[in-house]
Write a protein that binds this ligand. Structure first.
Ligand code: 13P
Length: 251
């Protein structure tokens, strides 16, 4: 049985005071709710330690937004897997389209990051998605398939228990434009199908595939109702406790 997951990618938002306040608001609004999904937040790296402390004794898990592929060394400004583990982080987001486009992270580099994260025992939320141009040219399956294959298909079957997939069409991120539930379902089913073809049915059935891109309380129910959509990776709406809770309760 695959996990249902709602994860909030806070991106470069919230200072320490705001981090603490948002976590407290979230804890309060989740207090009386019976959640049947994992709830994850990914604050900016400088506040990860604080977030771990503040979420202790709650259902909220904390993820990092990125990490470097090397174990340690002369990489000014970077953060290693061991440093994440050291402050109590067990999950890392890799491959977000903002990292791919704004920081030139290639499929090959991401494969290296994936290897390091798994070697160190981290769980990965691995993001991928097509651009608007790919979608218009009807290249979206090819592009998404290529991103997933190039960064993940070298892995042994056993590694897949630590992989969560997140389909985030670039044209739907922060634009207010969401993929329709049918478009999300179609892509998620395609991803599951290529995973099954490369590995087997068990791996394909057990991997959680999240959808990301302008998910809001008003559209979450419909998107999450689709068979192959196992949750969401939420940007903007995760910065507000009541919106994020609204999405969590969509399950
Ligand atoms: P929005 O929900 O703001 O569109 O962002 C999605 C996203 O990029 C999550 O990683």
């Amino acid at each position: 049985m695959r996990n249902k997951i709602v994860a909030g990618n806070w991106k470069m938002n919230n200072n320490a005071t705001q981090t603490k306040a948002l976590i407290n608001d979230l804890k309060a609004s989740l207090h009386n709710i019976k959640t049947n999904c994992r709830v994850v937040i990914a604050p900016t790296s400088i506040n990860l330690s604080l977030a771990v402390q503040e979420t202790k004794d709650s259902v909220i898990e904390v993820s990092a937004q990125n990490m470097h592929q090397a174990s340690n060394g002369a990489y000014t400004g970077e953060i290693s897997a061991d440093m994440l583990l050291d402050v109590g982080i067990n999950t890392v987001i890799l491959g977000h389209s903002e990292r791919r486009t704004l920081f030139d992270e290639s499929d090959e580099l991401l494969a290296e990051k994936v290897n390091t994260a798994l070697e160190k025992g981290l769980e990965i939320i691995f993001c991928f998605g097509e651009s608007l141009n790919d979608r218009k040219l009807d290249n979206h399956f090819l592009e998404v398939g290529s991103q997933v294959k190039k960064s993940l298909f070298h892995l042994p079957e056993a590694s897949w228990k630590n992989i969560i997939l997140a389909y985030e069409p670039v044209w739907a991120i922060g634009t207010g434009e969401t993929a329709s539930p049918e478009q999300a379902q179609e892509m998620h089913a395609f991803i599951r199908q290529i995973v099954e073809k490369k590995y087997n049915k068990e791996v394909a059935e057990n991997v959680s595939i999240l959808y990301g891109g302008s998910v809001k309380p008003s559209n979450a129910v419909e998107i999450f109702s689709k068979e192959d959509v196992d949750g969401g990776l939420i940007g903007g709406a995760s910065l507000n406790a009541s919106d994020f809770t609204g999405i969590i309760t969509a399950f």
